[in-house]
Design a binder for this molecule. Sequence first.
Ligand SMILES: *Cc1c(COP(=O)(O)O)cnc(C)c1O
Length: 393
Amino acid sequence: MSIKVNENYQNLEQNYLFKTIAQKVNAYTELHPDKKIIRLGIGDVTLPLTNKVIEALHAAVDEMGHQETFKGYGNEQGYDFAIDAVMKHYQSYGVTLNKKEVFISDGAKSDCGNITDIFGDNEILIPDPVYPVYLDSNIMCGRKINFIQASQENNFLPMPNEVEKKSYIIYICSPNNPTGAVYSKDQLKQWVDFANETESVIIFDSAYEAYIHGDYPHSIFEIEGSRTCAIEICSLSKTAGFTGTRMGWTIVPIELVCSGTALNPMWNRRQSTKFNGTAYIIQKAGEAALSPDGFKECKEHIAYYMENAKLLSDLLNKKGIWHTGGISSPYIWLKCPNNMSSWEFFDYLLNELQIVGTPGCGFGQQGEGYFRLTAFGSRESTLEAIERLEKAL
Ligand SMILES: *Cc1c(COP(=O)(O)O)cnc(C)c1O
């Protein structure tokens, strides 16, 4: 065969994490069909869409069924009403955006993966541990990847003074998945200054911004100097329970220029060529989620998850188990007790307590010895898990 394939794909590590979890859980349930398993490993929301969103979806579906209001192709960049809704949302954080800077998409994962299209062969800087998409999407295009280590010593918030000064594409996820760690304004300013000084570009993933509690930046564009060095990617997946509904956005500032080329028109060209827009119906739903009343409903759902997080965190405090997160993110990141490895603790929780979580080592080498619990379960199952942990730990 003379057709060449993208051989970079051969450099991807098999992602055994969720497969192995499923295999272990299946093996356990086969042996113990009577035992009730509680899942605190999922990185997915569980509450249904809110009322405002459902109303908007129904209304938009009806519009599609009438000649006068039917919609075909829309702008690849998104409808004005959706862009306005995103701009108003940023305005509530004191960030003013230009309409041309907002690109509505079908979610943050696609944009995280697609953004590599507009960059050449740069060095990449990725925190460890983190959401695996940044790593794999850059392996797929053969980039040189540098890790920056997050650890208990730096509160899982690595800083630029730990990094050799050169130009990179820098990925930052704050609040972080899986650790829940959040950068302060001052810390993000140090990253922005580093990026401007080294002519780097920050890709800022703010998927969990709506979970922030306290005085932390929700957007990189709250930081002075960020408009010349940062792109932001966000979505309604965790904010509004849109994991199965699909709407996100990417912000590319007009001032962002690399080697004399502005990135905003490049991203515009990329999207216009390879993407045909997010469904009208979904953009109407997204507009509703971001409206003042809609967002209030979203915040109620988030408050429900965060109460779960607090209950889990209280229990871990009581047991003297080191952990972070759970305050500005739905994830609790804990140190496995008795120096167990991530998988040892996984097996222990599954076999002894029938609780399923996520081994930290699945998010990077620095995650070994740690474990992620999520607050996305129901109150009932979270309380039952706490009761089991209370007795055992
Ligand atoms: C869940 C998640 C996303 C959201 O991805 P979507 O494609 O919008 O569902 C993005 N980044 C991180 C870090 C996440 O955990």
